[in-house]
Ligand binder design. Structure first.
Ligand SMILES: Cc1cc2nc3c(=O)[nH]c(=O)nc-3n(C[C@H](O)[C@H](O)[C@H](O)COP(=O)(O)OP(=O)(O)OC[C@H]3O[C@@H](n4cnc5c(N)ncnc54)[C@H](O)[C@@H]3O)c2cc1C
Length: 589
């Protein structure tokens, strides 16, 4: 289908710099990063909400390199942290609809983003090795949308632009010898990880009978379930092991796999309510069942580099690392729920270091010049993808490709050429509070050359270019109520921007998970400064430039147009009573 499409239905044409296809966490972060760096963006998302598997339609909590807070200080910062802190502030009840709303307002209300929701991308126009436009069908309006762009980013999970454009891709598991992967099968196959339908249940406070549909499977004994009794003692939020489709086609067979999954979901709930000898669920009722199966794996693109098991195990390190992962290689058995029948575990966790770097070369197509990608369709082997697929990692990749796309557009480059300006891409990401293992932020000269003074302690770590604790080094200045730190420039200087990186407690659990009980935060972290002042030294006297009374973000940036001899950050209050809080950056340019 081309932009000159002839249809009795209306056809709307859009001309933008970047078109993102797929609005899961990877796509959301890509669109926001590109728009914030000046690109005009369209995002085509085939659902009514953004967030993909993290949205209210699927309700998976975002995991990443901190592995449920087991790896201290490894949480993904940058755009994902901003979204999650916004969520903590506004969503103490952990409602997925409020989370949807936060994603919606960030993306759809951005002045440089054209959101095309309920719009399914179904064709592409390609000239030589370049995509010229893509077309989507919008269910709610009955219209076609043709989006012409300079650069395209596929964040659809299923890599829909691969078959539509001829970009190289593969699906299934590589043979062990292909990349020398010890956890790969001996012979390559087309099997993948499966998809899952979750459920949510609520304690109603009084007995709740349950009658299963006649088509539900029947599980009379706990032994028929993958993890037996231990796997269903916690029934607030369904089970990841209700998984099928890895032995079928994880795209084309989705509709009938969903029906099989629903039969299992209702069978498992019937078992819990009516058949499990341990009981305990008398007062519980189902309140939600996932009708849109959550997918784990399907097509994966081939980029200039295919990230494999060895890369993950070596921790990268790549000269062109732009994102990072840290989840273990969580390789689900293709038989999923049925693996119990052959005595196999539903998943095997192969160890992986956290963090490991993800190279830029795994995020653009080897043969289609203007195509980037992020999320579970990135250029990884099956083994590496069993780790990179989690949504914290997908978000980190998304921010990287959005920033790279904006750079490519500024310069009239194709994405591969951005590799020649890797230092700049990495520095832009770090300035926006993304984390890249082993790469330090280079602070503005004005900050580095200033005289630093503080009310107590040594404030030097606030300009060491690392904005989180790594190993034994806190990389922050420990401070408390009433403390201040100042930069003095020695002469009047024109200031355009001041930036703070504050302590949002990167070891706290902010998962918004129904699986994980109440051990998680439901309000901004105690360590996070809520009120503070930025003061300026002018004509020998300090005066207040900005006064913040209700901050809830880690990255705080102010655009200024002032001539000052110095700047001071003065803390007035935290969200809680922290044992310790660290200031990671106070910079000006
Ligand atoms: C049951 C289950 C449990 C999981 N548990 C976790 C977990 O706890 N934590 C975690 O972080 N990860 C978890 N994962 C993995 C993770 O959810 C996925 O790997 C992840 O969603 C990848 O993010 P993404 O942005 O690449 O894709 P997605 O979240 O799949 O987002 C892609 C989006 O693109 C849209 N799209 C697809 N095709 C088109 C098209 N043609 N046109 C327009 N839009 C399109 C889709 O509707 C979707 O909204 C789990 C997965 C499953 C299935």
């Amino acid at each position: 289908m081309s932009p000159s499409i002839e249809s009795p239905m209306p056809v709307i044409h859009h001309e933008v710099d970047l078109c993102v296809v797929g609005g899961g966490m990877a796509g959301v972060c890509a669109a926001l990063a590109a728009a914030r760096h000046g690109a005009r963006v369209a995002i085509i998302q085939d659902r009514p909400v953004f967030g993909g598997n993290a949205s209210s339609e699927c309700r998976m909590h975002i995991c990443g390199a901190d592995r449920h807070n087991q790896i201290p200080n490894m949480r993904e910062t940058g755009i994902l942290e901003e979204l999650r802190l916004e969520n903590l502030r506004r969503n103490s009840g952990r409602s997925f609809s409020i989370w949807d709303t936060i994603l919606h307002e960030k993306v759809a209300f951005h002045p440089s983003i054209t959101p095309l929701l309920n719009c399914s991308c179904l064709s592409a126009e390609v000239e030589g090795a370049r995509i010229r436009s893509v077309t989507g069908w919008q269910l709610t309006t009955g219209m076609f949308h043709v989006v012409r762009a300079k650069v395209f980013a596929d964040c659809s999970g299923d890599a829909v632009l691969a078959p539509l454009t001829g970009a190289e891709w593969r699906m299934g598991r590589e043979a062990r010898t292909e990349y020398g992967e010890s956890i790969a099968p001996e012979v390559a196959d087309e099997r993948t990880m499966g998809m899952t339908c979750l459920f949510q249940a609520r304690d109603m406070g009084s007995p709740q009978p349950f009658e299963p549909p006649v088509w539900a499977e029947v599980f009379d004994t706990c032994d028929e379930l993958p993890y037996g009794r231990s796997g269903h003692g916690w029934w607030r939020m369904g089970y990841w092991w209700v998984e099928l489709g890895g032995e079928a086609h994880s795209i084309y067979d989705t509709e009938h796999v969903r029906d099989e999954l629903l039969a299992i979901v209702y069978g498992v709930w019937d078992h819990i309510k009516n058949r499990c000898p341990a009981g305990g669920a008398e007062n519980w009722a189902l309140e939600w069942v996932q009708f849109l199966p959550g997918k784990r794996e399907s097509r994966r693109y081939i980029g200039d580099h295919v990230l494999c098991q060895g890369d993950v195990e070596a921790g990268g390190p790549f000269p062109d690392s732009v994102a990072y992962g840290g989840w273990s290689m969580d390789d689900h058995h293709p038989a999923g729920f049925r693996a119990v029948e052959i005595g196999a575990p539903a998943t095997v966790f192969h160890s992986a270091p956290s963090p490991y770097g993800i190279p830029y070369r795994s995020l653009y197509s080897r043969n289609i010049e203007n195509l980037l990608f992020a999320g579970r369709c990135a250029s990884c082997s099956h083994a590496a993808m069993s780790s990179t697929r989690v949504m914290g990692t997908a978000s980190s990749m998304g921010q990287a490709i959005g920033t790279a796309a904006a750079m490519a557009i500024e310069r009239g480059w194709v994405p591969r050429q951005v590799g020649e300006a890797m230092g700049e891409l990495q520095q832009r990401l770090l300035a926006d509070d993304a984390y890249i293992p082993l790469v330090k932020r280079v602070l503005p000269l004005l900050t580095l050359s200033a005289t630093l003074r503080a009310s107590q302690g040594d404030p030097e770590p606030i300009r060491d270019g690392v904005t989180r604790p790594v190993g034994e080094d806190s990389h922050g200045w420990a401070y408390g109520m009433g403390d201040w730190v100042e930069m003095v420039f020695g002469a009047p200087r024109q200031i355009r921007e001041v930036q703070l990186v504050l302590d949002s407690d990167l070891s706290a659990n902010i998962a918004m998970s129904y699986h994980r009980g109440d051990e998680q935060l439901t309000a901004p972290p105690a360590t996070l400064p809520r009120s503070f002042r930025i003061e300026a030294l002018q004509d020998g006297a300090w005066r207040t430039l900005r006064s913040e009374i209700d901050n809830h973000q880690r990255l705080v940036r102010y655009a200024l147009a002032d001539t000052v001899e110095g700047l001071r950050y003065y803390l007035e209050g935290f969200w809680g009573t922290p044992g310790r809080s660290l200031l990671y950056e106070f910079s000006a340019r």
